[in-house]
Each structure stands twice: as structure tokens, then as C-alpha cells.
Ligand binder design. Structure first.
Ligand SMILES: Cc1ncc(COP(=O)(O)O)c(C=O)c1O
Length: 363
């Protein structure tokens, strides 16, 4: 078999999210690691899941109703501006497969979400990482660095806004500068609803055909386990990428539960307000811990650097784990091994997290 595999997938391994495996094995653990929403779906969404569960013997359509709703919410012409996927990860996969050939380049702005790289690897693409600028107290986007990294082989530029894990937004003018290069430009807005759609760059898709916006219902809408993501863009671009769609890639239950969630504006508002009040609570409680840097976040996660407190991020993660809480380790970067990240949990979990971090930093 060895000789038959395409060379670029040889030696690559299946992606395993070890913290999710752990959390599903031991349900008593507090999940503060995967940027999930701690609140379960609203009654309206549960009703849709039940209602369409009864029709699970039927194949879905192409999601026309939910695509129409998404176009409407985002001020776009219609369903032809919207592509849906089994989570936004599948949408990245479709985009990457549409543009990348073996040895073509994808530019990402690090630190960032890991899946951009994984989808590039399975296509034999080359990932070009442009680091953000770290001032010691904040991470700054480097649009000049991104533009300078463009070569004739660049087929995709991807930037998350707000970025995971740093939690901050890039300026609109910088998005425009990158859009002007004409290179296919993916703006990952997985967390934008926490700040409201006014922060979205979706308007750029009307002027720049090369701009593609990706979103997910896994975060503010709280439906990570259902798997529903989407892309917004120019009609012709959407139609071309849609050629890579696996038939019936999004099931009836996820697409119609997603529609129910999009219609449940009150449900979204409650989740966003809860999240943002908890971000504020954690940042307020921890901002004065000596030596601990807290990076202000517009998402549902917060990045910390404990190096100034003489602590390692990995030790923090292990300490929390002993107390039954899963935090997220962050690879060493910018000469610091003090980084770690947490995801907003329930009120009780956030209180526990604050205690644990204070205790650990003062040990
Ligand atoms: C920046 C970013 N984009 C996309 C995703 C994945 O979303 P989905 O669940 O829709 O695949 C995540 C998940 O953590 C993320 O952090």
C-alpha cells in the first residue's frame, strides 16, 4: 500500500483532540479548554432537533431555508451567497481544496487556530506563518508582514477576527489592504457574534470577490456538537467552491436546528451577554495578580501569560487538571513558556477557575 499513498499524506496522523477525548471519558471534569459554549441549546433549538429527528429517514435538501436566512441576517442578496458545511472546519477544507495545489502556499497569522495548517498539510500545500507582533502586554496584527509574505505560489491568506487565542480584532483598513492584493482572503469570524455583526467584514465581499467570510454556530450559538458552519461571499465564488461539496454534507437536523438558532435572537442575546459578563468578571478578578498578563478577549476564551509570576503555562494546566478543571496549554512562543488559555464556563466554573489561577500564581 505504501507506494500508492500520495507522498504528502505519508506519515501524517489523524487529528486527535486529546482534551476532548478526556472530557468525554470523564464527565465530571470541567471543560474550559475548547471554546465551547457552557449553555445547552435553547428550547426552540431542542424542538427543531426533535421535530426533524422524526424525519431523519429523509435526505436533506441543499439547506436553502437556512442559507436564505443567513443571507438576510448579513445583508446579502440571497442563498447563492452562502455555502454551508459540517462545521466551519469543513468549509475551510472546501476552500483549501478549491485553491491549493501541491506546494502552493497558505499564509496564516500566528498564533492562530490549528486547522488551517492541517487542511493545508493533507493537500501537500506549504504553510507560511507570519507572527503577530508581541509587545509583552498585547499582540498586534502585522498586515505589512502578511502582504510581504505573498509570493506567486500564495493561494490563500487566512486571518481570524477576532483571533484565537489572542482575542483581539484587526482594523478594517488593514483588511482592505490585504483584500486589495487580490489573493483569496479568508476572514474567519468564528467569534464575531460576541461583539455583534457590526464588527463583521462581510461588507467587503460585495466589493472584493476574493474575500470569503467563514462563520460557525459552534461558539456564540452554542451548537458545537451539531456541526454547522458556513461561508459568505460572492455568488460566483460560492458556486465554484460548492463544486467540492460532498452531497448532503449537512444533515437535516443540524441545518434546521441552525435555522431555529438563527431565528432565536433572544437565545443568542442571552448567550452573548452571559459570555461577555463572565469575560469581564474573570479579567477583573485576575488583572491585579502580580506577574500575570491577561489578554483582553472579544471571544469566549482568555489567553494568559504567567511567566512574569515565574510560572509555566503547562504547570498551570496540570494544576487545574488536579482540581478537576481542563484548561488549554499553549505552545511556548515569544520566549515565554508561561502561556495558557481558558474557555468561559458556567458561573461556578469561572469562579473556580479564578480561585485556581490565583492560588497557583501565589504558590
Ligand atoms: C478561529 C476558529 N475558527 C473555527 C473554529 C472551528 O469551528 P467549527 O466548530 O465550526 O469547525 C474554531 C474552533 O475552536 C476557531 O477557534
Amino acid at each position: 500500500m505504501e507506494d500508492y499513498f500520495v507522498p504528502w499524506i505519508k506519515g501524517q496522523k489523524m487529528y486527535v483532540s486529546s482534551h476532548l477525548e478526556l472530557a468525554w471519558q470523564d464527565r465530571s471534569l470541567h471543560r474550559m479548554m475548547s471554546n465551547e459554549n457552557p449553555n445547552s441549546p435553547s428550547e426552540k433549538v431542542l424542538e427543531a432537533i426533535y421535530q426533524y429527528g422524526k424525519m431523519a429517514n429523509r435526505y436533506p435538501d441543499r439547506g436553502v431555508a437556512v442559507r436564505k436566512k443567513l443571507a438576510e441576517i448579513n445583508g446579502l442578496e440571497g442563498p447563492d451567497n452562502v455555502l454551508i458545511g459540517n462545521g466551519s472546519c469543513e468549509v475551510f477544507d472546501m476552500i483549501w481544496r478549491s485553491f491549493l495545489r501541491h506546494e502552493d502556499e497558505v499564509i496564516q497569522h500566528t498564533p492562530c487556530f490549528g486547522i488551517y495548517k492541517l487542511r493545508c498539510n493533507v493537500l501537500g500545500g506549504k504553510l507560511v506563518s507570519v507572527p503577530m507582533t508581541y509587545t509583552g502586554s498585547e499582540f498586534l496584527f502585522d498586515p505589512d508582514g502578511v502582504i510581504k509574505a505573498i509570493t506567486p505560489k500564495t493561494k490563500i491568506i487566512v486571518i481570524a477576527n477576532p483571533n484565537n487565542p489572542t482575542g483581539n480584532f484587526m482594523d478594517e483598513a488593514d483588511f482592505i489592504r490585504i483584500a486589495e492584493t487580490g489573493v483569496p482572503f479568508v476572514i474567519d469570524e468564528a467569534y464575531v457574534e460576541f461583539s455583534g455583526l457590526k464588527k463583521s467584514m462581510v461588507k467587503l465581499t460585495k466589493k472584493y470577490k476574493n474575500v470569503m467570510i467563514t462563520r460557525t454556530l459552534s461558539k456564540a450559538y452554542g451548537l458545537a456538537g451539531l456541526r454547522f458552519g458556513y461561508m459568505l461571499g460572492d455568488k460566483e465564488v460560492v458556486a465554484q467552491i460548492a463544486a467540492t461539496l460532498l452531497p448532503w454534507n449537512v444533515g437535516t437536523i443540524p441545518m434546521l436546528a441552525a435555522l431555529a438558532a438563527l431565528e432565536d435572537t433572544e437565545g443568542l442575546k442571552e448567550r452573548v451577554e452571559f459570555n461577555n459578563s463572565q469575560i469581564e468578571y474573570i479579567e477583573r478578578e485576575l488583572k491585579d495578580v502580580p506577574g500575570l498578563t491577561v489578554f483582553h478577549s472579544h471571544g469566549n476564551y482568555i489567553l494568559f501569560d504567567a511567566k512574569g509570576a515565574g510560572k509555566k503555562g503547562m504547570d498551570m494546566v496540570n494544576y487545574a487538571r488536579e482540581k478537576g478543571v481542563i484548561f488549554r496549554p499553549q505552545a511556548d512562543m515569544y520566549g515565554s513558556d508561561g502561556f495558557f488559555r481558558l474557555t468561559i464556563g458556567t458561573k461556578e466554573e469561572n469562579r473556580m477557575a479564578v480561585e485556581i489561577i490565583k492560588e497557583f500564581c501565589s504558590k
